[in-house]
Design a protein around this ligand. Structure first.
Ligand code: HAM
Length: 423
């Protein structure tokens, strides 16, 4: 095979996640896991690829399904797709394994949507989230919304807003869709071409418009509140009461319709004020009471949310969170003999839980010390011919002028611990 004319690069909308930012992502997932595990959620890891049909259940009229799916025929001739989100896969797993309910799970993973890439909108992006299956109790909605809010706060975001709505149950929603369709039809002349096309496929999505010309029309659109049944209204009342009780600040967003079609009753979104309006949703979720049935399971209530890891990191940066510091090793071994000591000592230190690195290929004292400085290590451990002979090593504190001192090689781990390595 010949070399390419140009070096290979990542595809549009896909990024390499490099250190030190990659470490921040891992910390973010760990913090999120801490918050939700405290509430009894356990991790689930559905596969990245499923039968296309699983993902079609997020809504045949949505952009996610009609425009953005990474679907293809696999080598067995099956239509499969890379997951665009995790809720459908989790619901499929529920149907397949029938775990005890309530099934409270969390996840962290990469998703793929063939969107128009821009800052905060990628074709490969990460989410963390939770799902609960098998409970129809508005207090669960409160728990789930509160967890989304708490997680973002614990991750350090300060300028966030929580928008809440209820789009009613299955029948309310169907009535509402018809009311919006009729309304949009009556104002066709004032709507943009794009809005008219969306209205054909999915009238509720027009309510989400950001286009100035359509906003004026949308402002007069019917509200779901006028179409909610008494039961849906009572459910929603109880959710709001719970959020008040937990002192979670929310805003009612009567026109909040989400981009996926499986939602029923409670829906919510979290927006970061520090991000541009087009990509400021750092998370969203809601109930999806019909999804499990659509996937072939028994009637089962479900609710969850997902937070966008990439956008949370952008929002943290925009809010001025301190930059991530590269993680340094504690010890750098400088071997001025044949390298065997560096080989053995780094192994020994790491086995004792002390992080250690070295330079490969030898080099002068000067060049090895340069590598030691660059590594950010606090201590250099030097071994020259004299040390080898006397069975010692020299420990030098790279962050102070303290005199360096010889230490018996067999005491090195104990000496480093005495000096305060993290382990
Ligand atoms: P979603 O609103 O499509 O919901 O995505 C949730 C979050 O993922 C968004 O608020 C955003 O932060 C992030 N996100 C989505 N697309 C992109 C993208 N192209 N680039 C960067 N970030 C993105 C869901 O995915 C539902 N599964 C949430 C849910 C869980 N509902 C119930 N349970």
């Amino acid at each position: 095979m010949t070399a390419p004319d140009q070096p290979f690069r990542t595809l549009a909308g896909m990024r390499d996640l490099l250190p030190p930012e990659s470490g921040r992502r891992r910390d973010l997932v760990a913090t999120f896991a801490g918050v939700v595990e405290l509430a009894g959620y356990r991790e689930v890891q559905p596969p990245l690829v499923e039968e296309l049909g699983v993902f079609l259940r997020v809504g045949e009229a949505t952009d996610v399904v009609t425009k953005e799916m990474y679907d293809f025929e696999d080598k067995d001739g099956r239509r499969v797709a890379l997951r665009p989100e995790l809720t459908a896969g989790v619901a499929r797993a529920f149907v397949q394994h029938h775990p005890q309910v309530p099934w409270k799970v969390w996840y962290a993973g990469t998703n793929f949507r063939h969107e128009r890439p821009q800052k905060g909108r990628y074709r490969s992006f990460d989410q963390v989230g939770v799902e609960v299956l098998g409970v129809d109790d508005p207090d669960l909605d409160v728990e789930v919304v509160a967890l989304a809010w708490e997680s973002l706060r614990r991750l350090g975001l300060e300028r966030i807003r929580l928008l809440v709505n209820s789009i009613g149950d299955h029948d309310d929603r169907a009535r509402y869709v018809e009311a919006v369709r009729a309304f949009l039809d009556s104002r066709r002349g004032e709507l943009s071409e794009a809005a008219l096309a969306t209205a054909e496929r999915n009238p509720l999505r027009v309510l989400d418009t950001k286009r100035a010309e359509d906003l004026a029309v949308v402002a007069d659109a019917p509200l779901i509140a006028e179409h909610r049944s008494a039961a849906s209204a009572a459910h929603f009342e109880r959710v709001l009461l719970g959020l008040d009780a937990l002192e979670i600040p929310y805003e009612l967003a009567p026109r909040l319709v989400r981009g996926l079609d499986y939602y029923r009753r409670t829906t919510f979104e979290l927006v970061a004020e520090s991000l541009d309006a087009a990509q400021n949703a750092v998370g969203g979720g809601g109930r999806y009471d019909g999804l499990v049935e659509d996937l072939g399971g028994p009637p089962t209530d479900g609710i969850g949310f997902a937070l966008g890891v990439d956008r949370i990191l952008l929002a943290l940066e925009a809010e001025g969170a301190p930059e991530v510091q590269p993680v340094a090793v504690e010890v750098f071994v400088v071997d001025l003999t044949d390298g065997s000591s560096a080989r053995d000592l780094t192994h020994e230190l790491r086995s004792a839980g002390i992080s250690a690195d070295r330079r490969f290929g030898g080099g002068s004292m000067r060049s090895q010390m340069k590598s030691a400085d660059r590594s950010g290590a606090q201590w250099a451990v030097l071994i020259g011919a004299d040390e080898l002979e006397s069975g010692t090593v020299t420990v030098r504190d790279l962050r102070s002028d303290a005199p360096q001192s010889p230490v018996p090689r067999t005491d090195l781990v104990a000496e480093l611990r005495r000096r305060g390595t993290t382990t």
